[in-house]
Design a protein around this ligand. Structure first.
Ligand SMILES: Cc1cc2nc3c(=O)[nH]c(=O)nc-3n(C[C@H](O)[C@H](O)[C@H](O)COP(=O)(O)OP(=O)(O)OC[C@H]3O[C@@H](n4cnc5c(N)ncnc54)[C@H](O)[C@@H]3O)c2cc1C
Length: 382
């Protein structure tokens, strides 16, 4: 058992860390305040190869693995979660379904631009009326000749409405199985297809420099060839995508938790109270020690889940544990970091205010904490 990073992994981590500090940190606060999408930062992340990290070179990827993606997400989220979630959703929810389940033609058409970061894709699973219970999908797709006709709506879809969004993959009911349950399939809907409408962006508490929209499909027609993978495999596909995605979200949460430690140490050394820096008080030191402990253990949990996944072993339970633990401690650390900053922690100009606002969604997106507990309990045979 060896949790040390290889030289290559360490180099990747350092280059993303430098990028986050030098490029993301100075520019992101304004995007966050203005709720604008940071196109220039995303363009530079594309040039660095971050969108291609876990994909094979033959498709335009960097030939790395999912753990490399996690390392990059952790370092980005240590500074800002909007850019981190943009990368996470673009890679693990946007490009990955096409990479894993697409035909050679679909891969050749869509992947090069997605993997270079010149284009983004959304993953449309959640609906206004159903999230955790994804089997309750209401969106329907009916085959009419050589076209799918899609009707329904999707809620909270990340990266679905940017100027560079090229497609969304949509889960839809395509029939009824012999046992009476819904047959779910996944269909690629290119941006700009008639009948596909992207609502204005949501007004969000956090991740305000990321892109999230409600989508509607009104007799939206796409070629039958846009079916992603086998008909009726939609449920199995999104379970696989979400299992992997949980490791990535755990990495992102660890980054936020570690960013809280970074900012708290800095502030505790500077801020004076009762004649000395607040960091001289054991009450503050213990808070920071606990925050570091939490970030460290959550990191080990996602390293373990990623190692199992890359070894081809079952990893569902470990991914759920990593996501549950990392999101819980991210919220804890954001709360404590804000407390250490006192009144300034409540001011948006301080990064910890952003961390606080960005932390809560980690307990909700890509499976709520309750859903993670359901997965763990089920895997334990309950
Ligand atoms: C900013 C943002 C970005 C997102 N991006 C995407 C995206 O790109 N693609 C996408 O498809 N979705 C996306 N989502 C949706 C997200 O995954 C869902 O919000 C999440 O899965 C929860 O679903 P819900 O909101 O419908 O909550 P619900 O499922 O309605 O849950 C409400 C509450 O009930 C609890 N609950 C539900 N069932 C049970 C049960 N059986 N036992 C105990 N408790 C239960 C939940 O844990 C939760 O606390 C995004 C959401 C947000 C806010």
């Amino acid at each position: 058992m060896d949790f040390r990073l290889s030289d290559e992994q360490e180099a990747l981590r350092e280059s993303v860390r430098d990028f986050a500090r030098e490029v993301v940190a100075p520019a992101i606060a304004e995007h966050y305040e203005q709720h604008t999408f940071p196109y220039e930062i995303i363009r530079q992340m594309g040039k660095m190869g971050l969108f291609g990290l876990p994909f094979a070179e033959e498709h335009g990827g960097m030939g790395g693995d999912y753990f490399a993606l996690c390392l990059a997400l952790e370092e980005l989220a240590r500074v800002d979660s909007s850019v981190a979630i943009t990368l996470e959703a673009a890679v693990s929810l946007g490009a990955m379904p096409i990479y894993r389940f697409g035909t050679e033609e679909q891969k050749a058409r869509w992947l090069p631009k997605l993997l270079s970061g010149e284009a983004l894709a959304g993953f449309g699973l959640t609906e206004p009326g159903t999230g955790s219970d994804a089997g309750g999908t209401q969106t329907r797709a009916v085959l009419d000749g050589d076209e799918w006709v899609i009707n329904g709506s999707k809620a909270f879809i990340t990266n679905s409405g940017t100027d560079i969004t090229s497609l969304v993959t949509v889960t839809a009911v395509t029939g009824t199985r012999p046992d009476g349950t819904k047959e779910l399939s996944t269909i690629i809907v290119p941006s700009g297809t008639p009948g596909f409408t992207v609502a204005p962006g949501y007004s969000k508490v956090g991740w305000t420099a990321s892109d999230t929209h409600e989508l509607t499909f009104d007799d939206c027609r796409v070629p039958a060839a846009n079916l992603l993978g086998e008909r009726g495999r939609g449920f199995a596909q999104f379970l696989r995508i979400l299992d992997e995605g949980r490791i990535a979200i755990a990495a992102l949460a660890v980054g936020l938790a570690q960013g809280c430690v970074d900012e708290s140490i800095k502030y505790a050394k500077e801020r004076q109270a009762f004649g000395q820096p607040i960091g001289a008080y054991q009450a503050i030191q213990f808070k920071i020690a606990d925050m570091e402990m939490k970030a460290h253990t959550a990191r080990l949990a996602y390293y373990d889940a990623a190692a199992r996944m890359l070894a081809g072993e079952p990893f569902k339970r470990q991914a759920a544990i990593a996501k549950l633990h990392a999101s819980t401690i991210a919220v804890d650390n954001a709360r404590e970091a804000t407390q250490i900053h006192g009144g300034y922690g409540f001011m948006n100009e301080y990064p910890v205010a952003r961390f606080w606002r960005d932390s809560k969604i980690l307990e909700i997106g890509e499976g709520t904490s309750e859903v993670q507990r359901m997965i763990i309990a089920r895997d334990l045979g309950m």
